[in-house]
Design a protein. Structure first.
Length: 336
């Protein structure tokens, strides 16, 4: 079933694979549950795509409709961006494992999408299995291979790789330097050769000379079942250079920033802990067409000269959306 934009691998890769094997493809114009759910009930599906930001709505719709899936081999994608309890819930409802995928439009699925997360379980690990038909390395800033356990950028070569950027020879040469495509994604390799996602290179926060990967903090926050979204971005800081700031959506208004900070204290080193936690309604997070939160837009909220906060002890809780952030209707806080 192809409901995601055709210009993205989320629909194009699976659609081409199905058509090449003689299977049917159902095309749905966007995330339209009124169209999607009847197809789930009527047809056996190879891969039902469920993207970050849609899982909770999908679960609610399945429960409300009472449908029984005809049969699904796998669901989902980009498990690192989905709250773990939502993975357990949707796999139980659809009785299908969740795809523990990593890929890109430039590479297709092959980098590390071979693994599946079991039905009805909160995943203990999101370590990924490398696919066949590709070679990968993890390298440092000088393109030297990093040892197991150390963060390194994933570089790849193989037959599914694109040939270059359209009319951008300099960008193509830069990203294909040394004969390997540099993806801009940082991983750690385990002794069993599986890979754990750290973050995008461009999202790295440098605080007091230490490297902080937002995804590590986000995984801790998302482990609380009351958290439905968590995004950590950087904010300039006169003492540390940059510090991590968290924006969180919650399903329970009783959840406090102090409770989340306590969770972070138990699992993260001091320099990795968010300096502030702001609560934002789930539907106010700016998203791309593939469901990813647009971090640049979230960082832009911090650059507004006025915003509305409700203080919660040592952290802040924000109750409005981006429009209210800019409006500064109450207790305006000036940022340098």
């Amino acid at each position: 079933m192809a409901w995601a934009p055709m210009f993205h691998m989320a629909s194009s890769d699976q659609m081409i694979a199905c058509l090449c094997t003689g299977a049917h493809v159902f095309v749905v114009d966007g995330f339209d549950l009124d169209e999607i759910l009847p197809l789930v009930a009527q047809h056996r599906l190879w891969w039902l795509l469920v993207l970050p930001g849609t899982v909770d709505r999908f679960c609610a719709a399945i429960v409300a409709s009472g449908i029984t899936p005809r049969g699904i081999k796998r669901i989902g994608a980009m498990a690192d961006l989905v709250p773990p309890q939502q993975i357990a819930e949707i796999t139980a409802l659809l009785q299908a494992p969740f795809g523990n995928t990593f890929g890109a439009t430039e590479t297709g699925l092959p980098p590390a999408s071979a693994g599946l997360l079991p039905v009805g379980q909160i995943p203990a690990s999101l370590a990924k299995t490398v696919n066949a038909l590709c070679e990968i390395r993890l390298v440092d800033a000088n393109d030297h291979d990093v040892p197991d356990g150390e963060p390194g950028e994933l570089v790849i070569r193989g037959p599914t790789l694109f040939s270059g950027y359209w009319n951008a020879p300099q960008a193509t040469a830069q990203d294909f330097r040394g004969g390997w495509f540099h993806m801009g994604d940082v991983f750690r390799r385990h002794p069993d050769r599986t890979l754990s996602f750290a973050d995008r290179v461009k999202y790295l926060i440098k605080t007091g000379g230490e490297n902080v990967y937002p995804a590590e903090i986000e995984r801790v926050l998302l482990a609380d079942p009351r958290v439905t979204e968590a995004v950590v971005v950087r904010r300039p800081d006169p003492q540390w250079g940059e510090v991590p700031i968290a924006f969180v959506a919650r399903s329970d208004d009783a959840l406090t920033a102090d409770a989340l900070l306590a969770l972070c204290r138990g699992q993260l080193a001091g320099y990795k802990r968010p300096k502030e936690i702001h609560f934002v309604p789930f539907d106010q997070f700016p998203r791309s067409t593939t469901g990813r939160v647009q971090r640049g837009e979230v960082e832009r909220w911090l650059r507004c000269t006025k915003r509305v906060f409700t203080c919660e002890s040592s952290a802040s809780a924000y109750a409005g959306g981006p429009a209210q952030l800019a409006a500064g209707l109450a207790w305006p806080v000036q940022w340098g």
